[in-house]
Write a protein that binds this ligand. Structure first.
Ligand SMILES: *Cc1c(COP(=O)(O)O)cnc(C)c1O
Length: 392
């Protein structure tokens, strides 16, 4: 019997449970003290002169960032082809257009050389995605967009904590950085996200727009007796605030950010060693201590004994969960039709996709689960003659 290994299992401790219970007992469930503590805690963790705006998803945060930067109809935003649709859809929310660029075959991050070719006089922003928790080459991207009035909005859904040049993503002076706290991200609030920005005006606009365009939030109204009912509406805003119930989980998860990363890295190192001789392309480590190891995407070589789909099926037979990050957006009906995208325009992601699999990697993995994954991957991919099943 094989130990079943889920693709992901969250690490929720008694601390998170106690904080949620305390929130339930406090009488304040929506955005309040705990959301503020979560924001302040993230700013402190980043250790930079930035503001943080808690929201109910990274998708909401990306939307608010582009909105705060004034992006709208007639504008273009450059997004990598190999990402989750959320990165691109927020551009369409605002009536702006997406330009997709192919990724670098080694890092699976946006290729800065192709970025240069995709810029037009309508380009208003570029959205690098730190793929799997490996930092994009931010200096190269900044160099390409320099002096062209093009903003950088980082989709850091995988990148807490990722480092570039020794410094955490979120502290590099780009217009905004957005983290995700979706259930299977590096830390979680179930659903949630955070927009971080060094620019006061971006933070202020995002705070107003995350709650209906109200000029101050419900917490302040509650706290000022007598004048609490007064507010003004300055824009048709959204309903993107993070509840204190969710923030309660986040406040506790945040204190474990480095612990989880170290646990993820230890598993990643085991995999890198254990799979070194297999017909695979393994993820690159990046700079020392700089990878969040949110994902462990592997690519089957052309000389592997089975293809990607058969590999996933074989692991599923052993109750091991896998995923694929990502089927490239140029293959998705909406994006393909809207921009008349052709596979030949994205040769790297098209090629990568055929062999791409993400195997389980999460801090709560037991030793037995890690060994089960290693043994299964080795069994499926070893080039030595597969043992013939004798008598069933
Ligand atoms: C998960 C994810 C998002 C969206 O995050 P949500 O918090 O679920 O909205 C955006 N971009 C990437 C690359 C992601 O993986």
């Amino acid at each position: 019997m094989n130990t079943p290994v889920p693709f992901f299992r969250p690490s929720i401790g008694e601390e998170e449970i106690a904080e949620v219970v305390a929130t339930l007992r406090s009488g304040w469930l929506t955005t309040g003290d705990r959301a503020r503590r979560f924001e302040a805690g993230l700013v402190e963790y980043l250790g930079a002169d930035v503001e943080a705006v808690a929201v109910n998803s990274a998708t909401a945060g990306l939307h608010l960032a582009l909105e705060a930067l004034g992006i709208g109809p007639g504008d273009e935003v450059i997004v990598p082809d190999l990402t989750f649709t959320a990165s691109a859809e927020v551009v369409r929310y605002l009536g702006a257009e997406v330009r997709f660029v192919d990724v670098d075959p080694a890092t699976l991050c946006m290729d800065p050389g192709l970025l240069a070719d995709a810029i037009t006089d309508r380009t208003k922003a570029v959205m690098p995605v730190h793929f799997g928790g490996l930092s994009c080459d931010l200096d190269a991207i900044a160099k390409v967009v320099a002096d062209r009035g093009i903003e950088i909005v980082e989709d850091a859904a995988h990148a807490l904590p990722t480092r570039y040049g020794g410094r955490l993503i979120g502290t590099h002076g780009t217009a905004a950085t957005i983290y995700s706290f979706y259930a299977n991200k590096t830390i979680t609030t179930g659903e949630g996200g955070m927009l971080v920005t060094p620019r006061r005006e971006v933070a202020e606009r995002a705070r107003v727009m995350r709650l209906h365009g109200i000029d101050r939030d419900a917490f302040d109204r509650f706290r000022k007796p007598g004048s609490g009912w007064r507010y003004d509406i300055v824009a048709p805003g959204f309903k993107y605030n993070l509840s204190d119930l969710a923030a309660a989980v986040g406040v506790q998860q945040l204190t474990k950010t480095d612990l989880f990363r170290n646990q993820r890295e230890a598993i990643a190192e085991r995999y890198l060693d254990a799979f070194a001789d297999l017909p695979l392309r393994l993820p690159v480590r990046g700079e020392q201590g700089g990878h969040s190891w949110h994902l462990f995407p592997i690519r089957l070589s052309t000389d592997a004994p089975i293809d990607r789909d058969a590999f996933i099926a074989r692991l599923a037979e052993r109750s091991i969960g896998c995923s694929v990050h990502y089927a490239p957006l140029h293959r998705m009906t909406y994006w393909k039709d809207r921009y008349d995208l052709k596979p030949e325009d994205f040769p790297v992601s098209e090629d990568v996709f055929r062999s791409l699999v993400t195997i389980p990697l999460f801090p709560a993995m037991s030793e037995q689960e890690i060994e089960t994954v290693i043994a299964a991957v080795r069994d499926c991919l070893s080039l030595k003659a597969q043992p013939v099943a004798a008598g069933g």
